[in-house]
Design a protein around this ligand. Structure first.
Ligand SMILES: CC(C)(COP(=O)(O)OP(=O)(O)OC[C@H]1O[C@@H](n2cnc3c(N)ncnc32)[C@H](O)[C@@H]1OP(=O)(O)O)[C@@H](O)C(=O)NCCC(=O)NCCS
Length: 171
C-alpha cells in the first residue's frame, strides 16, 4: 500500500474539506456543541482558505494519500499565534490531522518531517504550534519530536474559550 506525501492540488479541496471536518469532529466533537464545531469548520476549512494556501508560497498545505484517499493533512503558515518576542517571524503548524483509521501508522510524522525540511530549506529557524491544553496525545506527539511548551493563550472556539499551549522548536 503505497503512501504518497504531496502538496494539495486545487482538485483535492472538496475531499480535504471533508477530511478536515470529519477529523475535527472526531477529535473534538465531544468537547464542543455541534453549533460551535460547525462554525469553527466553516471559518477554518473552506474553499477560500485552501485556495489561498495553495497560491501562497509562504504557506504549506500537504496531504498523505493512499489508494486515492486522503488520510492525513498538514497546514502551516507564517505564525499568527501570540508568540513571545523574538519568535514573531516563526513558521506555524496550524493544523495536523490523521483520519482515525490511519492513526499511529507514521503518517503524522511523515508530514511533520516534510514541513520541518521545507522550513529549513527556506532558512526558517523557529517553528511554533498551538495545542489545546487538554490534548495530551498531541502534546506527547509533539514533545516526542522535540517541541517544547513556551507559553499559553486563550483560543475562542465558537462561543467557548479554551486554553492552548504554544510549543516551539528551533531548527
Ligand atoms: C496527532 C496526530 C496528528 C498524529 O498523527 P499520526 O498519523 O497518528 O502520527 P504518527 O503515526 O506519526 O505518530 C502517532 C503515534 O504512533 C506511533 N507510530 C508512528 N509510526 C508508527 C508505526 N509505523 N507503527 C506503529 N506506531 C507508530 C508513534 O510512536 C506515535 O506515538 P506518540 O503519539 O506517542 O508520539 C493524530 O493522532 C491526530 O490526528 N490526532 C487528532 C487530532 C489532533 O489532535 N491534532 C493535533 C491538533 S494540535
Amino acid at each position: 500500500m503505497t503512501l504518497i506525501i504531496r502538496n494539495v492540488r486545487p482538485g483535492d479541496i472538496p475531499a480535504l474539506i471533508d477530511l478536515a471536518a470529519e477529523t475535527f469532529i472526531d477529535s473534538f466533537g465531544n468537547y464542543h456543541t455541534p453549533e460551535n464545531c460547525k462554525a469553527f469548520i466553516a471559518q477554518s476549512h473552506n474553499e477560500r482558505v485552501y485556495h489561498a494556501a495553495i497560491a501562497d508560497p509562504a504557506k504549506l498545505l500537504m496531504v498523505a494519500e493512499r489508494h486515492n484517499e486522503l488520510l492525513s493533512y498538514l497546514y502551516a503558515k507564517p505564525t499568527t499565534l501570540p508568540v513571545p518576542h523574538p519568535l514573531t517571524n516563526a513558521h506555524e503548524l496550524s493544523k495536523i490531522y490523521t483520519h482515525r483509521s490511519a492513526q499511529s501508522q507514521g503518517l503524522g510524522v511523515r508530514l511533520l518531517t516534510e514541513w520541518e525540511d521545507w522550513a529549513e530549506s527556506r532558512g526558517i529557524t523557529d517553528l511554533v504550534l498551538g495545542v489545546w491544553s487538554e490534548n495530551n496525545a498531541a502534546q506527547r506527539f509533539y514533545m516526542r519530536h522535540n517541541y517544547k511548551k513556551i507559553s499559553e493563550y486563550q483560543l475562542t472556539v465558537g462561543d467557548v474559550q479554551d486554553t492552548d499551549f504554544i510549543f516551539h522548536k528551533s531548527l
